[in-house]
Design a protein around this ligand. Structure first.
Ligand SMILES: Cc1cc2nc3c(=O)[nH]c(=O)nc-3n(C[C@H](O)[C@H](O)[C@H](O)COP(=O)(O)OP(=O)(O)OC[C@H]3O[C@@H](n4cnc5c(N)ncnc54)[C@H](O)[C@@H]3O)c2cc1C
Length: 479
């Protein structure tokens, strides 16, 4: 067999495997946590998961062979940017997809591509850019794998696009018994819809067929306005503008009441590029950005640094660039010099348009009451999700992406749990939902209230994965 398997030899590993093998009848067993020394981490450095084995397949056939031979639970990982153990299950097999990163085909005339699921957006952009093409919908950064993005049904700043699932034409899936199936919205709609935004619950996505878009010149338009005017501004100046390509608005501490709206509109032909690079270079160093983040969170008066310094700079400077350049940002620009004592974490909440103002105020009140070290809240908009079985947008929504700093010790983690549950209660009161790729602080009843469709996902899973082979720490807690 070709796939590369890392396993820590020794008595404890053997014990884990024997326990896993022992319960083959009925549901897949969960072995008690044994110290295998194989931890699967995530970008924050918090909440690593100890697994029995890590495999890095290079082909669909290897994924299928792994699923047939591994007797215990299986979790799948992409770029590992989710933050609460979504990519791994205790004492299980972790399938690391990052070596399955090839382009399967690219059809410029059809504006479509098929990729292996472990490919990162940035790698796909290298193929698309010379042909004048762009990814249609992706997150704000390009480091994520396509498989991980489809599995959380990610979104970006694209005006009017909604989640990435809207751009998925078909999926190849390896199922619990090792069989490989091709699914789309017609052939097996239930499984297709369960895999998109399903966090690896129904199978390993091995290949993905995607719609593409045109790479165009875009120009930045920045405007500061009061919170009360934002909704109208978004409707009339952003959504109604056919030139609008990307949009978000920043809310800054301490009051989070003065959005700075940043819209990238399609630039007219006579506008010269102010940034001529077509893509953000790989491996750049981000010392300045790191210093700004450090100063904003560690120095007295730091929280007002962005409002006083960074935003005026944004507003003063016209920028015209390629869409692919803005879409190929590297998460390294957010990476602090160390995450030993504190780390940077995300959360996200979605509310219907009519509840925008009420939730914005409730969120600011909770953050202030708990002295949360929030760096920024980024507001975006999404039309209703038409695809996923577990949608974060049942209707058109605004999203609030919170970026905050937290200390790493146990009492700090507990405190984050407390205010996160308050934010989840607030979003539920505002008929909204919270996003699932982040830390697992929600109670099971909060999860059920936010995602009542989970019962349908449970039913589909019971049909195609009756022993519950696919799991991870998210699904162990909530599904
Ligand atoms: C700095 C930063 C910025 C972010 N910005 C955004 C944003 O703008 N918009 C947004 O929507 N999200 C955003 N996120 C969240 C991000 O989209 C998710 O964490 C996403 O899952 C990351 O992709 P990944 O490749 O790291 O997936 P992973 O974290 O590796 O996996 C995520 C989930 O998908 C499953 N999975 C992965 N690959 C497969 C596969 N091949 N088959 C089946 N299941 C699979 C995993 O089991 C896991 O449950 C951001 C995160 C960070 C850290």
């Amino acid at each position: 067999m070709q796939h590369c398997v890392h396993s820590a030899p020794g008595r404890r590993t053997f014990l884990v495997r024997s326990l896993a093998a022992a319960g083959l009848t009925g549901t897949v067993p969960v072995a008690p946590l044994a110290a295998t020394g194989l931890a699967v981490g995530n970008v924050t450095g918090l909440y690593p998961v100890e697994v029995a084995r890590i495999a890095t397949p290079r082909s669909t056939a290897e994924v299928s062979a792994l699923l047939k031979s591994w007797p215990g639970r299986v979790a799948v990982g992409g770029g590992r940017y989710s933050m609460g153990g979504q990519v791994a299950v205790q004492a299980g097999l972790h399938v690391d997809m990052r070596r399955m990163d090839r382009l399967v085909w690219l059809r410029p005339d059809e504006r479509a591509a098929r990729v292996e699921a472990g490919m990162r957006w940035r790698d796909l952009q290298d193929h698309l850019d010379p042909l004048g093409l762009a990814v249609k919908t992706m997150q704000s950064f390009s480091n994520f794998t396509v498989g991980g993005s489809v599995s959380v049904n990610a979104h970006g700043r694209y005006v009017g696009h909604g989640p990435v699932g809207h751009t998925v034409r078909a999926l190849q899936l390896a199922l619990a018994d090792g069989s490989v199936v091709e699914v789309d919205a017609e052939t097996d709609p239930e499984v297709f819809r369960a895999a998109i935004g399903g966090y690896g619950a129904v199978g390993v996505i091995t290949e993905i067929e995607l719609d593409l878009a045109e790479n165009v010149h875009i120009e930045r338009v920045v405007e500061a306005l009061p919170l009360e005017r934002y909704l109208e501004h978004f409707r009339t100046r952003v959504l109604a503008d056919p030139r609008a390509v990307l949009h978000n608005a920043d809310l800054l501490p301490p009051a989070f009441d003065a959005p700075v709206s940043v819209t990238w509109v399609r630039a007219s032909a006579d506008k010269a590029l102010t940034e001529t690079a077509r893509l953000v270079a790989r491996g750049r160093s981000y010392g300045l950005e790191q210093n700004v983040i450090w100063a904003a969170t560690e120095l007295p008066g730091g929280p007002s640094l962005r409002r006083k310094l960074v935003h005026p700079l944004l507003m003063g400077k016209p920028v015209v660039k390629w869409l692919n350049h803005e879409a190929s940002l590297d998460v390294a620009e957010l990476e602090p010099r160390t995450r030993a004592m504190s780390t940077y974490v995300l959360q996200e909440y979605f509310v219907p348009e009519r509840r925008f103002l009420g939730f914005a105020r409730a969120m600011a009140t909770i953050l202030a009451a708990h002295d949360v070290e929030a760096l920024n809240i980024s507001i975006r908009h999404s039309p209703a999700d038409r695809v996923s079985l577990l949608p974060w947008a049942r209707e058109d929504v605004f999203s609030f992406v919170l970026y905050y700093k937290q200390r790493t010790w146990a009492s700090a983690r507990k405190s984050v749990g407390r205010w996160t549950r308050e934010l989840i209660d607030a979003v539920l009161r505002h008929e909204g939902r919270y996003y699932l790729p982040y830390q697992l602080h929600a109670t099971p009843s909060q999860f059920d209230a936010a995602y009542p469709e989970a019962s349908v996902l449970r039913r589909v899973k019971a049909r195609i994965d009756p022993v519950g082979k696919f799991s991870n720490e998210l699904w162990r807690r909530y599904l």
